[in-house]
Design a protein around this ligand. Structure first.
Ligand SMILES: [Fe+2]
Ligand SMILES: [Fe+2]
Length: 275
């Protein structure tokens, strides 16, 4: 049995963000309009959640995007420092970017994996599957460079081809495949809201999952814990977790048993951990 932990949506900010001026300051205020712009609280929340992961003794940790508030080098350095200190080996951690992580620069995520996050690059290569016991994990990119008032996602034709290849290879090898990504494959009811905040090519993404019971999706972005089925006759295949930045129980632990990934338990209640 393989046990996988998920954390998502840390939205880390640098401690000296008050020194920002002009558009970079306005941008941060806009992005944090719905939550306190408190760097220490966000760092504490993430530190406690990572400590819960270490205590759970899982086989692998997936962090499904929006790791930072607006993808600056200083914020990636905050994240790297926490990950190196958390007690989970770098080879057991996979990071995928969220829409917030590619706000500062078009190539911000690539530069972060070559810089502060290089210790985690081997297990965070977008489109490159790797095995953890019975499970094959595929880091999937849904984040793209757009204006900071937008929060949409997109997989794109070339990357969708890599995802399709990984799914087909997993089927041929008889493996359970986990797509680790930021945006959900579902749609907003309001098409305008979906254009601003949803996965633009959701229909293509869902078509890749059709008739593929061996494939599971783990995503963030919604800041809510939810399990969804893609077919009424099948168990849940799409999972999300509460955000570390504003959720009370952000750690989810899943178990891969007999070819199926299931939410095993919810651990790491931040209220209990603070006491
Ligand atoms: Fe988020
Ligand atoms: Fe997001």
């Amino acid at each position: 049995m393989v046990r996988i932990a998920q954390l998502t949506d840390l939205h880390l900010v640098e401690r000296d963000h008050g020194a920002r001026r002009g558009v970079r300051s306005w941008r941060l205020s806009f992005l944090s309009a719905h939550r306190d712009l408190d760097a220490d609280d966000r760092i504490t929340r993430a530190t406690l959640a990572l400590a819960a992961v270490a205590a759970a003794g899982v086989d692998h940790l997936v962090i499904t995007g929006d790791l930072t508030e607006d993808g600056t080098v200083a914020q990636f350095e905050v994240l790297a420092e926490m990950l190196h200190a958390c007690g989970v080996a770098a080879a057991k951690i996979t990071l995928v970017p969220g829409n917030h992580d590619v706000i500062d620069r078009r190539d911000g995520w690539a530069r972060a994996l070559e810089g502060p996050l290089r210790a985690f690059a081997a297990t965070s290569q977008l489109g490159r599957p790797f095995d953890v016991g019975d499970l094959t994990i595929l880091p999937v990119n849904t984040a793209f460079y757009q204006h900071w008032v937008m929060s949409a996602g997109r997989i794109g034709p070339a990357h969708a081809g890599e995802v399709a290849d990984a799914i087909a290879l997993g089927r041929a090898r008889g493996r359970v495949v986990l797509l680790a990504q930021h945006h959900p494959v579902t749609t907003h009811r309001n098409p305008v809201v979906h254009w601003v905040d949803g996965l633009r090519d959701h229909a293509k993404a869902r078509s890749l999952l059709r008739d593929e019971p061996h494939v599971h999706v783990m995503h963030g972005h919604t800041h809510r814990r939810r399990d969804r089925s893609l077919d009424a006759a099948r168990a849940a295949q799409v999972f999300s977790a509460c955000a570390v930045v504003d959720g009370d129980a952000p750690l989810r632990v899943y178990a891969c048993v007999d070819g199926v990934l299931r939410g095993a338990d919810i651990a790491g209640d931040l209220g209990a951990l603070r006491r």
